[in-house]
Design a protein around this ligand. Structure first.
Ligand code: PMP
Length: 405
């Protein structure tokens, strides 16, 4: 069974006192803390096996290559991909989306074509598509949302046209916590032969993900948001697309042969992994995923759901809290405003009470514009947070309110 105290003991940072008490870390959507096993395993590989992968014949290089390719296998199994070569290691969600925007764009997007994103996307899932559209003279179209913070699915039929080349949508909104109906979206798109990219930066750690069941064409996420190291991320792509997409970066490892006249590119997945990759990060990410599996994904998700409903229900009962985003299906994130208090001031005061939250527009300026606000206070949970921490947050919000009035 899920043992919260044992889980908390696995995370060294959670034991640290910042001012007066151990930190109440509620900024997990920005980045998650790392379990000791990830820290130790990363240090072990650095101190015992560090060596560049793929190119060496010596023991260390073989060991490191083996660990890197086994990490790819771990990711493949974690998301239920059909083939290991459909897993491309990148530096994170941002790079994964840029890779697809560039490379898919080169292969499939022409002047007059359209890319569809939604009103609630993170800048990372807007700007790369905008850059593609500028390059190709294509158009970026926006699927509207409702005031509850849900995708307006009925608008799909007018936003998506026979010029739509790809739909890019977030699994879970990093500003609202909305869980989008991605399966329905993918079915709608596939009925029109349109591929779909899912931004899983906030989805993978809080929702079960099986890319074959979802049938998504691309699924991207960052290691650091799922208890792994920074600087490592994943692009899952269906073989049928990745095979047809040109490389995004040129350099070592992505080639079979090079002459000044012509270069023959390597096979998948190496075609998209130019230069020295973050092999230590990949091993750290795989360790994090195995750690989650060992605890039990189902138990983690169940605990998270209980904690989240408790927090949401508590926050909803405070009359001076305005929650932004009231979708029916939400997870892990609560964005809110305290009446007449600037989000920044709320965040600063909470910090002094040892509570780490994020304030601002959360890299979703178009979404903030839609709600007519500059930003919010965002609390975001992980499975190491507790009911007691939620109670402490609620008490502290009361204090903030009192101090400002
Ligand atoms: N998409 C979403 C929904 C996110 O929450 C984030 C991170 N805040 C990103 C993309 C970008 O992730 P990264 O900075 O790790 O590349």
């Amino acid at each position: 069974m899920f043992d919260i105290q044992k889980v908390r003991n696995d995370f060294p940072l959670l034991q640290n006192t910042i001012y007066k008490r151990p930190v109440v870390y509620l900024d997990n959507a920005a980045t998650t803390q790392k379990p000791r096993i990830v820290i130790d395993n990363t240090a072990e590989y650095l101190s015992k096996y560090n060596s560049n992968i793929h190119r060496g014949v010596h023991y260390l290089s073989e060991k490191m290559t083996e660990a890197y390719e086994s990490a790819r296998q771990t990711v493949k199994n974690f998301i239920g991909a059909a083939h290991h070569h459909e897993i491309i290691f990148t530096s994170g969600t941002t790079e994964s989306i840029n890779l697809v925007a560039f490379s898919f764009g080169e292969a499939f997007v022409e002047a007059g074509d359209e890319i569809v994103v939604s009103q609630m996307e993170h800048h990372s899932n807007i700007v790369p598509w905008q850059m593609l559209c500028e390059r190709k003279n294509a158009h970026l179209k926006v699927l509207p949302i409702t005031y509850t913070g849900e995708l307006n699915m009925t608008a799909l039929t007018s936003v998506v046209t026979n010029r739509t080349k790809l739909i890019a949508i977030t699994h879970v909104s990093n500003s609202l916590g909305t869980i989008n109906p991605i399966k329905e979206m993918i079915q709608f798109a596939h009925a029109r032969s349109i591929p779909v990219l899912i931004d899983g930066a906030q989805g993978i750690q809080h929702q079960p993900v099986n890319v074959q069941e979802l049938d998504c064409d691309f699924y991207v996420f960052s290691g650091h948001k799922i208890y792994g190291p920074t600087g490592i991320g994943v692009l899952y792509g269906k073989e049928k697309w990745l095979e047809k997409m040109p490389p995004y970066k040129g350099g070592g490892d992505m080639i079979k042969t090079v002459t000044f006249e012509k270069t023959i590119y390597n096979d998948l997945p190496f075609k998209f992994e130019a230069g020295t990759t973050n092999f230590i990060g990949a091993v750290g990410l795989a360790t994090a995923l195995r750690y989650l599996n060992d605890i039990g994904r189902a138990d983690i998700l169940k605990y998270e759901e209980e904690l989240y409903s408790y927090a949401l229900q508590k926050m909803q009962t405070i009359d001076y809290v305005r929650i932004i985003g009231t979708a029916e299906h939400k997870t892990s994130i609560i964005s809110f405003l305290l009446q007449n208090i600037h989000p920044f001031d709320t965040g600063m005061m909470l910090d002094k009470m040892d509570i780490a939250v994020r304030t601002g527009n959360h890299c979703t300026q178009p979404l903030m514009k839609f709600f007519g606000i500059e930003g919010t206070v965002r609390v975001s949970f992980a499975f190491y947070n507790t009911i007691e921490e939620v109670d402490y947050l609620v008490e502290s919000l009361k204090k903030v309110k009192q101090l400002f009035s």
